[in-house]
Structure formats: C-alpha cells, structure tokens
Design a protein around this ligand. Sequence first.
Ligand code: ACO
Length: 321
Amino acid sequence: MYSIITGTGSYLPEKILTNRDLEAMVDTSDEWIRTRTGISQRHVAAEGQMASDLALNASLKAIEAAKIENNEIDLIILATTTPDMIFPSTACILQEKLGIKDCPAFDVQAVCSGFVYALATADMFIRAGKCRNALIVGTEIYSNIVDWNDRTTCVLFGDGAGAVVLSQNDQPGILSSHLHANGDYSKVLSAPGNISRGEIQGNPYVSMEGNTVFKFAVTVLEEVAREAITENNLKISDIDWLIPHQANIRIIKSTAKKLGIPMDKVVATVDKHGNTSAASIPLALDIAVRDGRIQPNQLVLLEGVGGGFTWGAILLRWGNS
Ligand code: ACO
C-alpha cells in the first residue's frame, strides 16, 4: 500500500506588504532586502484572520482538486507554528470548519519543516492501512509573532497556507521520507516566550542568529537531499523538481548549486511570499502544479529546515495514479 498526492491547494491573504512599505516602518531598504533574501513582497493576514481560516481556504481547493467530498477525509494533520490558540489544536478547529464529523485530527510542530513532518506522518498512516484520504496542511500567520520594530526579522516572513490531499494507492506516490532533528540548536532560532499564569513570560517574538541558520540550512538541505536520492538508487539528474523551504533565495541557490541542480528545476516563490514557514512548501508545490510545471510521472523532491533545528525531505513521483 502506498500514498499519492491527489490534490493541492493554497491561499494567500489579500493584503500585500512590499519592501517599500517596510521602508516606512523600519530602517531598511528594498535593495537590502532583495539582495540579501530575494524577497520583494509578502502577504499579511487581516486583523482577526486566524491560521485555521487560511487553512480552510487552502484545504477546500485541495479537496476540490482531489475530486472528493470533505467527509471522505479520514485524517487531518496540520503543521503550524502560529496556532489559533493554545488548545484545541488548529487541526480540530479546521475539522469543525470543514464539517467533518469524525476522524483523527492533530497539529504537528516542527516550525519550517512542519509540512514535511506532517506529510511523512500521513504517509505512514496510509501505508499502515489506517486511512484512505488524509488532509495535510501547512498554515502560518507569522505577522503575529514577528517584532515589527526588528528589521533583522520582520522583513523575512509572510503569512499563507498550503494543503494537499494524500490518498491510498497501489503505486507510489511518496517513495521515501527522511526526518531529522537536533535540539542542541534550539536557542539559535526560536520564539522563546510562553504564557504562564495569564501573563506572557519572556520574548514572544521570533529571534534568530541569521548567519548560523543560513549555514546550517545549506548544509542539511544538501545532506538530506542526497540521503533521499541514495536510498532510492537514483541520481541527482533524475530529479525533475526541487521544492525547498522558501526562507531565502541565497539559501535556495546555494543548496541547488551544491547539489548540481540547475535553477530552472527549482521552484522558488520566496520573492512573492517571503518565508511562510510550514506553509512555504505546499504553497510552492500548489503553484507549480497549477501552472503546469509539474507533470505526471516526474520526480519531485520536497525539503524543509527550521527551528529545532528540524529538517527533512520527501521524494515522490507525481501523479502516478
Ligand atoms: N535592512 C537593512 N540592514 C539590515 C537589515 C535590514 N532588514 N537586517 C540586518 N541589517 C544589517 C545588520 O544590522 C548588519 O549591519 P552591521 O554590519 O552594521 O552590523 C548588516 O545588515 C549585515 O547583517 P548580516 O546579518 O551579516 O546580513 P546577512 O547577509 O547575513 O543576511 C539574513 C542576514 C538575511 C538574515 C541571513 O543571515 C539569512 O537569511 N539567514 C537565514 C535566516 C532565515 O532564513 N531565517 C528564517 C527562519 S529559518 C528558516 O526558515 C530556515
């Protein structure tokens, strides 16, 4: 028994914040942001819009693309760093919004690797025969957890959601998944605050050592890509599409260069979306599916890296149903 992606969907909030807009907010410039990160704009959620609202929009499109009804979903795994509330999980809130009455639903917290972790988990449920149609969502409202006075972080992130339906099939689909974490790096990239006795304790905003994150990301994104390719007895040149986490175009280009993958085989959306953390990979995937770049039988490598540190890759054959 295997799993295969049968539908994708994504959603970006209406409001766009350009680099020029940020120039009026902090001491930065369009030129600095574009040359250091490749980002020219990002989307920002409306006041009151929650991660589950973004997730709902993306999920409905993915379910429609999969040509199934909401109630045929029998597992929901939602990756987010910015849940609607402490509990219940955003997955359960999404379940209610979708009108699905009974199926397991839970959140995964692996920051920017969250979607890869969630998709790998759903694949294992399907291979174990525990579900037929899983909904996997990455959804984020980083505008709620960045300090809009801190130019070193606020220019990097954006809001959005992406979703896929993963269904049982007798052909793969997902060929292999590779997950890693190293908690020794937990302080390098974090939003360390929490809520205790009704008060925010510590810094609730994203804080990071940018250079350390950069070097670590490039190293592990190369390693985990090679791990996936080796396990499947493939060559780098067999990969049709690389869809990496969209943190920074320099990280994406360095990874592609180290792997020897030309940039015309890499899906990059960071210029328009910024870093949408757990949403970035399914957002990029949906865009490349809908604009016709990804074609049946092509090999697609998804890879993420984020706070924890966590990192991972999923190698899949597209549309082999
Ligand atoms: N505008 C203008 N100047 C800035 C800004 C800004 N927005 N931010 C920082 N600077 C200044 C710094 O203060 C510094 O000034 P100084 O030399 O006077 O001290 C100068 O620019 C250079 O700063 P660096 O940090 O050395 O710049 P660098 O080229 O390393 O780029 C960046 C910084 C973009 C954060 C880079 O390190 C990076 O992308 N790291 C990865 C971080 C990341 O992607 N995090 C996202 C979450 S993790 C993930 O998704 C994998």
